[in-house]
Design a protein around this ligand. Structure first.
Ligand SMILES: Cc1cc2nc3c(=O)[nH]c(=O)nc-3n(C[C@H](O)[C@H](O)[C@H](O)COP(=O)(O)OP(=O)(O)OC[C@H]3O[C@@H](n4cnc5c(N)ncnc54)[C@H](O)[C@@H]3O)c2cc1C
Length: 476
């Protein structure tokens, strides 16, 4: 069954609620007639589809007729309902990513993990360059993320991954010369004093950023729309894709059909619906990419955390949230998957869920209480302070912890970029820069980490070795 048209009404995030003015792009192209043909059709207008369109339409890129379609509005799914955090990976990639697939890791080499680490650091730089170059008014902030460990196991893991990172850098011919701008404190009292997180045992700083994702993606889309060879149609759900000699037929039901030489699926958590055979059999792309539901909220702090007492960085807190400080509204936070699974939920609260129309009460309660219970001296919240809004959104888990990027094996001219494990803001703008080059030149862009490539061998290996997300009897 297709995911769209959606059978429910999604929750509204802080970002969607605060980008409703005349400069926003709600309903753009909703009533326009779709073109009959294109060179490239991009399905999905989240940050993947929009930033790809942005890169494809830059001056100097080879002329192409590019069409962007979305089942709903721009940034109406994960992109418009996320945490706003652009938090590149740091030495923690030396934990999960290099662990074998059979132990729940990414199964990649040390060098592959360093590729990912520096690609993500470069993504933050690229986001900043684009925001500055285009003079985008999108609340872009750049600073440091405080990663706070709250258990002895978390401290130990941080130490081990730091050592592993240093060892890997010594051995790396490709990255050994690079520098990760970061530091760590393993003194509990200092960690609590600096982070202001009760019970902090250790912390590290690494480069980080944030933006207003709905305004950010809308601004990139407007830039793309300045190019006359590009068009965007909202409320155009793609029902199916069929191969023909020379390209793909993109069927949008009553909106019409487009024939395109290339098609790119920027559909993240909903991708499996465009592979109905794989979905039915739980194989291939559909088995590799699993949707899951996250929650987030906007908290208005009391004056004890306002003005010069505001939080200075963004945060990642063990058994707690990822969190950013917005310039005006307060903080946006949400629980990590590990927090859900380890402290107040189960994998069933996450995986296989595609309905973003609800806020589950236990998540609302957690969002309500987290800051007041865990930040030192947060103080009482008066009416109008505290949790102001909560929402849910659908992300995409890739079983081997790496996005699938590139041409789909056995389907010439069909490309995917999806499966960011709730971390897409730190990779996508850079991935799509590489993908745009690949689409236009026909040659893979060597800046893209090799371990993101899609191959039949990768899909088969993951299917054979990865651990199930849920007990075997549960259907995702
Ligand atoms: C609660 C929450 C918090 C998050 N916090 C962070 C964070 O702080 N930092 C971070 O890096 N990442 C975060 N993420 C993840 C991040 O938002 C995603 O990685 C990123 O937005 C993915 O972008 P996307 O464009 O690939 O997917 P999406 O934004 O989901 O876009 C996919 C688009 O495809 C469209 N689509 C799907 N199927 C079809 C079809 N058949 N026809 C037409 N259109 C279709 C959808 O309508 C949608 O607009 C969070 C996500 C959530 C939900």
């Amino acid at each position: 069954m297709p995911a769209f048209p959606q059978q429910y009404t999604s929750t509204v995030s802080h970002w969607q609620a605060t980008n409703r003015g005349p400069g926003s792009l709600w309903d753009h192209g909703r009533n326009d007639v779709l073109p009959a043909d294109a060179d490239i059709v991009i399905v999905g207008a989240g940050v993947t589809g929009v930033s790809l369109a942005y890169h494809l339409t830059r001056p100097g890129m080879k002329k192409r007729k590019v069409v962007l379609l979305d089942a709903k509005d721009v940034a109406s799914c994960a992109t418009g309902r996320n945490g706003g955090h652009i938090g590149p990976a740091s030495w923690d990639v030396m934990g999960n990513l290099i662990k074998p697939l059979s132990q729940g890791g990414g199964g990649v080499s040390e060098e592959d993990a360093l590729d990912v680490l520096f690609f993500e650091q470069d993504t933050l730089d690229l986001c900043e360059v684009i925001v500055m170059r285009e003079r985008l008014d999108v609340d872009f902030w750049r600073g440091y993320r405080l990663n706070v460990a709250t258990t002895p196991e978390g401290v130990e893991e941080s130490k081990q991954t730091l050592d592993a990172y240093h060892r890997a850098m010594k051995r790396s011919a490709k990255h050994g010369h690079r520098h990760l701008d970061s530091s760590a404190i393993f003194d509990a009292a200092e960690a609590e004093r600096i982070s202001r997180v009760k019970g902090a045992l250790a912390m590290k700083w690494t480069p980080s950023g944030s933006w207003h994702p709905h305004r950010g993606v809308t601004a990139l889309l407007k830039k793309a729309l300045e190019n006359k060879d590009f068009s965007f149609y909202s409320w155009a759900p793609v029902a199916s894709l069929k191969e023909y000699r020379g390209g793909w037929t993109v069927d949008c039901a009553e909106r019409g059909v487009i024939r395109s030489k290339q098609v790119v699926l920027a559909t993240n958590g909903y991708t499996r619906h465009l592979f109905p055979d794989d979905f039915a059999a739980n194989t291939g792309i559909a088995a590799h990419l699993t949707p899951y539901r996250g929650h987030a909220g906007l908290v208005v702090p009391p004056v004890t955390y306002a003005g010069d007492k505001s939080l200075e960085g963004s945060y990642g807190i063990e058994n707690g949230p990822y969190l950013i400080q917005t310039p005006h509204a307060g903080v946006v936070l949400g629980p990590f998957n590990a927090t859900v699974v380890n402290t107040f939920g189960t994998p069933r609260d996450l995986y296989g869920l595609e309905d973003d129309s609800i806020v589950v009460p236990k998540f609302r309660e957690w969002l309500t209480n987290y800051c007041r219970e865990n930040y030192v001296g947060w103080g009482p919240e008066v009416e109008g302070e505290g949790l102001a809004r909560a929402w849910s959104g659908i992300m995409c888990h890739s079983v081997d912890w790496r996005p699938l990027v590139g041409e789909v094996p056995g389907k010439a001219g069909m490309f995917i970029s999806a499966g960011y494990n709730g971390h897409g803001m730190a990779t996508i703008v850079n991935i799509t820069r590489c993908l745009a080059q690949h689409l236009v030149t026909g040659v893979r862009d060597e800046r893209l980490p090799r371990c993101f490539d899609i191959s039949q061998e990768r899909l088969d290996r993951a299917a054979a070795e990865c651990l199930p997300l849920l007990p075997p009897e549960s259907k995702l």
